[in-house]
Design a protein around this ligand. Structure first.
Ligand SMILES: NC(=O)c1ccc[n+]([C@@H]2O[C@H](COP(=O)([O-])OP(=O)(O)OC[C@H]3O[C@@H](n4cnc5c(N)ncnc54)[C@H](O)[C@@H]3O)[C@@H](O)[C@H]2O)c1
Length: 374
């Protein structure tokens, strides 16, 4: 099927970004929200992206006019989907609300229309169950900010058809994204691999293995990451990190339990840069770094890379995604300098087996050696 018209439900941060990359790449788009004020806000956000495009010389005035002419706003979801080929939902992260919206859209959309959700954490199969077309239901998980981030995780439900996957891939590619496939599973690829690193970094801090400054510095200088885990979490928001980790804890189990330090910071309202305090204090100019523990930078990086390599191997063992897609997802979605399998190749599989085996004997089953490494 050749998608011409897309209805985007939700005109917030993600919805307006998805509408932007869609209209910019030639799709007819209607962006929907619950009232006119919110639609207008979404349009305003989108216009700011268009102005940025013009200012950076990426878009001419004529192209900007073309983009805007392909875009409309609406408060009537049923009318917006009635001639759509694809609906992309980007409303609040709430299962019941999303299911209600999908049931309504399902009865108003034409039979050929594909329904996609941008959920970060909810089950694609459960969302699909609210519709009469689970074969035409799929996850299209974009990353923020949508115009800049190159990755699109395409998430397959149990009943998603091959045609639906092909259409979602083709739309993503036309929107300028690199697409990776993941089966419906908690955290998909990127969050599933980011959370063990974040969690391990906090546990290292709690055990007194290293200070947050030592960990962040090591990950940037030796690990070549764009930011260390603590600065990154403060930037993303500790509330968002906590929620992502809690989802994995709920769905997978204790090995993803959010550490107490993180829970306490969130509880106290210290949720990162947006509240001027998270792991670091952004209000105090004279905040003193903690007394260094003298931890070796090479060791810190290896100690944080190994749990990510282990988790990536579990995704392979459980047939959730393939190696190439996992490597690409982490490089594009998390700006890692290398994919986890590229790291594993660099360390050598014997070294990975030995390192993870030692962690398992010291710290227990959350560090068990994955099947494919045995
Ligand atoms: N923010 C991120 O970094 C990010 C990244 C990937 C995925 N997501 C997912 O994208 C979705 C949206 O996130 P967001 O950050 O854009 O949220 P947001 O709060 O910025 O926007 C949500 C919008 O949906 C609208 N909405 C709520 N109910 C609606 C309904 N019934 N019909 C139409 N519109 C409705 C709200 O009014 C709001 O404008 C969530 O599922 C989230 O998990 C977010």
């Amino acid at each position: 099927m050749d998608v011409k018209k897309i209805a985007v439900i939700g005109s917030g941060l993600m919805g307006s970004g998805i509408a932007y990359v869609s209209a910019w790449n030639g799709f007819e788009v209607t962006m929907v929200d619950i009232n006119q004020d919110l639609v207008d806000k979404g349009m305003e956000r989108l216009r700011t992206d268009v102005m940025t495009g013009i200012d950076k010389g990426k878009m001419s005035i004529t192209q900007a006019e073309g983009l805007m002419s392909r875009l409309s706003g609406s408060v009537d979801a049923e009318a917006a989907v009635k001639d759509a080929d694809l609906v992309i939902e980007a409303i609040f992260e709430n299962m019941e609300v999303k299911k209600e919206v999908f049931a309504k859209i399902d009865s108003a959309a034409p039979a050929h229309c594909i329904l996609a959700t941008n959920t970060s954490s909810l089950s694609i199969d459960e969302l699909a169950s609210a519709t009469s077309r689970p074969d035409k239901f799929i996850g299209m998980h974009y990353f923020s900010p949508v115009p800049a981030m190159k990755l699109l995780e395409i998430v397959l439900g149990d009943k998603t058809s091959a045609d639906t996957i092909n259409v979602a891939k083709a739309v993503g590619e036309k929107q300028g994204k690199k697409t990776v496939l993941a089966k419906n599973s908690p955290g998909f690829i990127v969050n599933r691999l980011l959370m063990p690193v974040m969690r391990e970094a906090i546990l290292m801090l709690e055990r007194g293995d290293a200070t947050k400054e030592e960990i962040d510095t090591a990950m940037v200088s030796v690990g070549k990451a764009p930011a260390g885990p603590f600065s990154l979490a403060d930037f993303v928001g500790l509330d968002i990190t906590f929620n992502a980790m809690s989802t994995l804890y709920r769905e997978i189990g204790d090995c993803f339990k959010p550490p107490e330090t993180l829970a306490k910071l969130v509880e106290s309202g210290a949720i990162g840069m947006k509240s001027k305090k998270g792991f670091y204090d952004y209000a105090a100019d004279d905040a003193e770094p903690e007394e260094p523990k003298g931890a070796d930078s090479e060791w810190i990086v290896e100690r944080l890379n190994m749990p990510a390599i282990r988790e990536a191997m579990i995704l392979i063992d459980d047939e959730i995604a393939n190696k190439e897609d996992i490597n690409m997802a982490m490089k594009l979605g998390a700006s890692w300098p290398m994919g986890p399998f590229e790291m594993a190749d660099r360390y050598g599989l014997d070294r990975c087996r030995e390192f993870i085996g030692k962690l398992e004997s010291e710290l227990g089953e959350c560090y068990s050696v994955p099947k494919s490494l045995k």
